[in-house]
Design a protein around this ligand. Sequence first.
Ligand SMILES: Cc1ncc(COP(=O)(O)O)c(C=O)c1O
Length: 400
Amino acid sequence: MQNSSCLRLASRMNALEPSATLAMAARAQALAAAGADVVDLSVGEPDFPTPAHICRAAEAAIAAGKTKYTPAAGIPDLRKAVAADFTRRTGLPATPAQVVVSNGAKHSLHNAFTALLDAGDEVIVPTPYWVSYAELIKLAGAKPVLIETKIEDDFKLRPEALQAALTPRTRMLLLCSPSNPTGVVYSAAELTALADIAIEADIAVVADEIYDQLVFDGRPEISFPTLRPGLADRTVVVAGVSKTYSMTGWRIGWTIAPEPLSKAIANLQSQETSNPCSVSQHAALAALTGPQECVAEMRREFQQRRDLVAGRLRAMPGVQLPEIGGAFYAFFDIRTPLARSAARGIATSLQWCEALLEHEKVALVAGSAFGAEGHVRMSFAASTEKLTQGLDRIERFLTG
Ligand SMILES: Cc1ncc(COP(=O)(O)O)c(C=O)c1O
């Protein structure tokens, strides 16, 4: 069947790229469904089940008939719990009115961009960046300004680079720490240097803190608006339960923003989607207010896997890796192996990932999807056994 001409796509769809991470996961799943022994290290979701007490809270919510519309910005108890949890962890005051609960952090990002950006506004996005940022910014009619960071700087945006990227159209800086795709964590001093430039230039900051509690080696959790007095007035914090509590399918994320902006985001959401799933909201409430040992356990497990993955990758020929301080990704430099394999027609990170999937049945995501050609992303949200199997195959592919 074909689109009739009356179904021609709106021009905003022209520039929209499909999510490369979801596309790679779909290819790996299709191969596995066809019987191949695939090690899928492409996906960015914890492999642990959602903790039982959270699932039980959802069951109780269904049994109690909490299956109807809720206020568009979320049930009051959850907004209150998000604000209280944020204050407990960061020391910053936050009110429930500053919180809008949405259908996952991706939706929260979309809300923030839609509420704040006009056509032609520029948003500074350090690369490598999470795949959806640039597309969501473009959908809002604005322009992502991609600033390359270097592996020698642990893929961190340097203050001079931020300063140099500012123009009269710059409206916003987007930061993600701990980072997807690199796993890199900024220090307080590094973030403060960026904050000072944002204050001086009078621009907004969207701080994607979805991996905030997944930090390793005893690093402190750092929330961007804590770094300077008044910084909260120009910052939208985006976070949620997806990664921290292994709740990716429940679709609950949120923004924490100054009240007038929160009100605007709530209005937008009331027209676009209404409330996020009522049952999921009750599950998220249980996540935030229930026992937190599950978070510490997952963090410990991810740190052990980080040790395994970083150690093995660093020992592979021609592979370079930044310091992985959090999240569950290894973003490694394969420019040396690519230079060697170019003659065999494997010259780009996408070609390398395709060849790896074809020959060794390991699914990774090409760095080009994150604005960093010459690199690949491996998720270590998989069992030690799967990781070891995947690493053995990657090593064989690199040395073969
Ligand atoms: C950096 C980053 N931000 C936001 C999201 C979206 O999270 P959610 O699944 O809650 O929409 C992800 C998910 O992969 C992510 O890695």
